[in-house]
Ligand binder design. Structure first.
Ligand code: NAD
Length: 494
């Protein structure tokens, strides 16, 4: 058994206290078993939290730029291992190798960005209302952070959370998805090899049960979660009852609006990437294509022709554009939504079934699927499908397009294609989403920009960029009175 199929607690790779395991397999090649990983217990969470609490004392006191130096080393090792990590990530969760390389690159960018922030972590100095008194605010780390993630960005998303958390002086318990334990362990191995001190990041493998034990642990100060809106709701309830801060990044139903004046060739590239990249299994995937009537029919024909050229397969093999969906449950869900779309009266333009034949029989492959004639009230226009299914909606005007774009419970990403500068700026304000792309698809986040959504996608926090540091720090207000006498604020002192 490889050490990396164990938990990592207090600087050691160890088994779960109950010795139970779960199996992780390649979604594109069923016979490829990646490993048996610990089905961890609440006792394992106890050990990990205790280690993180001890490590917090020294880690939080280390000068922030020294913590930044370790993050730089982590970035360097990720750079050296980019290819091998990407290979294993593709093997584990299915997206093609060029995409998993991008996933690692995002982690590299985040490491260097967080390292640079350790030389800022700004507070404020402001004038006092009293003489000979100095007012300032400083940032303090929050404490021990529980990190719970989904599988679709198995390296990038955990690092969006862990790098700013440790840069700010917190310590971490990381629970990767049960569909990406191997990638999670490989990432933690990079931390170990970079010399991250014992106990600063601890890894506990397992599914929802151990995630739930982590959230409700009394010595976890904050929880950061990426996953479905249902799970996020449960986590928020527990955190609310326990007065913990929690940051939630959840589902999406992202619209792309194409107006009559758009550059259609550009649009086609954007749709293929937005709707079928990562097999549609991105929180930011383009799931609704809202087309103005003047270009609707032409664009639909262009799209079908372009999408029929997408090559499905195991993403570590050559010339693969689209990988499998993650597992049987994911496949059943997507095929279920295709049936719902047909029953609702949408027109199946292409795809609509499990992709079979040759090597495709060995994995969870689904044909890229396009429905037209979709209306705003259909479930395929409102609910997150999380697969290679695109719902096309025809509209007459910009106003109708925006009204439909906003008519869903989610608000993560959005996009509009137009060559009219005034319309583009109007859309920036009108579309209800955390992110809007102008003349680009709904995917393409950069590490140094805030990332997150409104409505049922988020709970008001942002990952990425400078804003994420607000989640991982507490503000301490400091008053220094050097007048040598008692001065009372708001009271007449003369
Ligand atoms: P999921 O909610 O099933 O699982 C996510 C994580 O939560 C996993 O680690 C899982 O083990 C854990 N978990 C499950 N039940 C739990 C509980 N009761 N308490 C604590 N932890 C628990 O989601 P998934 O299927 O792995 O991921 C797909 C979802 O993630 C989609 O909805 C997608 O949109 C969303 N997602 C969002 C973002 C974003 O940034 N907004 C990014 C990626 C994925």
């Amino acid at each position: 058994m490889s050490a990396l199929t164990l938990n990592f607690i207090n600087g050691e790779w160890i088994k779960s206290s109950n010795r139970k395991t779960f199996t992780d397999t390649n979604p594109a090649v069923h016979s490829d078993v990646i490993g048996e990983f610990p089905a961890s217990t609440p006792e394992d969470v106890d050990s990990a939290v205790a280690a993180a609490r001890v490590a917090f004392r020294s880690w939080s006191r280390m000068p922030a730029p020294e913590r930044g130096n370790i993050l730089k080393r982590i970035g360097d090792i990720l750079t050296e291992r980019k290819d091998e990590l990407a290979f294993e990530m593709t093997r584990e969760m299915g997206k093609p190798h060029f995409e998993t390389r991008g996933d690692v690159q995002e982690a590299i960018d985040t490491a260097y960005y967080a390292a640079s922030e350790t030389r800022r972590l700004f507070g404020h100095t402001v004038p006092s209302e009293l003489p000979n008194k100095f007012n300032m605010s400083i940032r303090r780390p929050v404490g021990v952070i529980g990190v719970i993630t989904a599988w679709n960005f198995p390296v990038a998303v955990p690092t969006w959370k862990m790098f700013p958390a440790i840069a700010a002086g917190n310590t971490v318990i990381f629970k990767p998805s049960e569909d990406a334990p191997h990638s999670g362990a490989l990432l933690v191995k990079v931390f170990e090899d970079a010399g991250l001190p014992t106990g600063v990041v601890n890894l506990v493998q397992g599914g929802g049960e151990v995630g739930s034990a982590l959230v409700s642990h009394p010595d976890i100060d904050a929880v950061t979660f990426t996953g479905s809106t249902d799970t996020g709701g449960k986590i928020a309830e527990t955190c609310g009852a326990m007065h913990k801060r929690c940051s939630l990044e959840m589902g999406g139903k992202n619209p792309m609006i194409v107006l009559d004046d758009a550059n259609l060739d550009l649009v086609i590239d954007g749709i293929l990437w937005g709707a079928f990249g990562t097999t549609g299994q991105r929180c930011t995937a383009t799931s609704r294509l809202i087309i103005q009537s003047g270009v609707h029919d032409k664009l639909l024909e262009m799209l079908k022709s372009a999408a029929s050229g997408l090559r499905l397969g195991y993403g570590n093999e050559k010339d693969v554009d689209v990988g499998p969906v993650i597992n049987q449950k994911g496949m059943d869900k997507v095929l279920g939504y295709i049936e719902i779309g047909k029953k609702e009266g949408a027109v199946l333009e292409m795809g609509g079934a499990r992709a079979t034949g040759g090597k495709l029989d060995n994995g969870f492959f689904i044909e890229p699927t396009i429905f037209s004639g979709v209306t705003r009230h259909m479930r395929i226009a409102r609910e997150e499908i999380f697969g290679p299914v695109l719902s096309v909606i025809k509209v007459d005007s910009y106003d109708e397009a925006v009204s439909i774009a906003n008519d869903v419970p989610y608000g993560l990403s959005s996009s509009i294609y137009t060559n009219d500068i005034s319309t583009a700026f109007k859309a920036m304000h009108d579309i209800e989403a955390g992110i809007t792309y102008i003349n680009g698809p709904t995917i393409g986040a950069e590490a140094h920009m805030p990332f997150g959504g409104v409505k049922k996608t988020g709970n008001g926090h942002r990952e990425g960029g400078w804003e994420v540091f607000d989640f991982y720090t507490e503000t301490k207000t400091v008053y220094v009175d050097y007048s040598g006498k008692l001065q009372k604020a708001q009271i007449d002192n003369t």
